[in-house]
Design a protein around this ligand. Structure first.
Ligand code: CUA
Length: 336
């Protein structure tokens, strides 16, 4: 007999979240996939329950007051002054105070500890993430690998993330994995990333950082460890040399035009640090911090008119002749 798929309890929090707030997409803090995120989600549910009790108590008192005004002399709770005073003290003061004390203690001494930055000396891996208006630069210390917006980590491994900024304050947040951490000018902060199992987790800048703050998203890919090692080896390598005349022409266009002053392609003279490293552009599934899928029509749209796609970003339209433009696209498509 065919087995029916068993409904998973995991779908309940995202569905509840979607019902309450419209949609929580694929980055719900109520769908944790790592121990620190589970601590935060548990705290959230307890806080919801506590808030429900406090709100219920307040509504109950309002109802009693309303009833007493409408029906003086009703033999109900409030007709006895001692009982009504006790009600106000218990629901209006005692329960809110107890809830606040418990939440303060649990949040600051239990959850904060469980979600704290790891000790770098006992953490197997460190990565650096630098926030920029509006993308994420990702570096793997000890290797030449640099990528953007799509962070790969080995699943089941504790990763120490060093968070910095290249301009204004950003906040690095992958809700399914851990708490957020601010990226503050002139300062490094750290946060732990560890995913229970392989998967893709969406993250988002959580501090307003200008016009395109909402379009500053990222993916964390937790890969099986051997796949991660292969990925990192690929990212550490220089760019694949252009293999057709069209691609070679595209590389010349890239180096001669403004592209090279903002972007790096390792293995060429392009060393710009303003925009994302493009050495292995084709290994990424999205461009412009998850604003567009990384497919030829969208890449073309982006390069022809970046200000239309993401107004205010620092990428200019190049206004190239069609032949150069096509060669440039062919070259970018070859950067695997
Ligand atoms: Cu970066 Cu908001």
């Amino acid at each position: 007999m065919a087995m029916r798929p068993r409904p998973s309890w995991r779908v309940v929090p995202p569905l509840a979240c979607a019902a309450l707030f419209g949609s929580c997409g694929e980055q719900s803090a109520l769908d944790p996939r790592a121990e620190p995120a589970r601590e935060i989600a548990t705290l959230w549910w307890w806080m919801l329950a506590a808030a429900g009790i406090v709100a219920g108590g307040a509504l109950f008192l309002l109802w009693v007051g309303w009833l007493r005004r409408r029906r003086p002399g009703l033999p109900l709770l409030g007709s006895n002054e001692r009982v009504s005073n006790a009600l106000v003290i218990v629901f209006g003061f005692g329960i809110p105070l107890a809830v606040n004390v418990v939440v303060f203690v649990v949040a600051n001494f239990v959850v904060a500890k469980a979600t704290d930055a790891p000790d770098p000396r006992s953490t197997p891996m460190t990565i650096e993430v630098v926030g920029h208006q509006w993308f994420w630069e990702v570096r793997y210390p000890g290797t030449p690998a640099v990528t953007a917006n799509e962070i790969h980590i080995p699943a089941g491994t504790r990763v120490n993330v060093v968070a910095r900024t290249g301009d204004v304050i950003h906040s690095f947040w992958v809700p399914q994995l851990n708490r957020k951490i601010d990226m503050v000018p002139g300062h490094s902060n750290r946060v732990l990333l560890e995913a229970d199992a392989p998967g893709r987790f969406r993250g988002q800048c959580a501090e307003f950082c200008g016009a395109q703050h909402a379009h500053m998203a990222m993916y964390v890919f937790a890969d099986p460890p051997d796949r991660f090692r292969a990925w990192l080896r690929g990212q550490a390598a220089a760019r694949r040399s252009p293999s057709t005349p069209e691609q070679r022409r595209g590389e010349r266009v890239f180096l001669d035009e403004a592209c090279a002053s903002c972007h790096t392609i390792r293995g060429t003279a392009a060393r710009g640090r303003i925009g994302p490293d493009l050495t292995h552009l084709q290994s990424r599934s999205t461009i412009a911090a998850l604003t567009l899928p990384n497919r030829p029509p969208e890449v073309e749209r982006w390069i022809r008119d970046p200000q239309h796609v993401k107004p205010g970003n620092r990428m200019p339209a190049l206004g190239l002749p069609d032949r150069d433009f096509d060669a440039l696209l062919a070259y970018l498509e070859s950067l695997e």
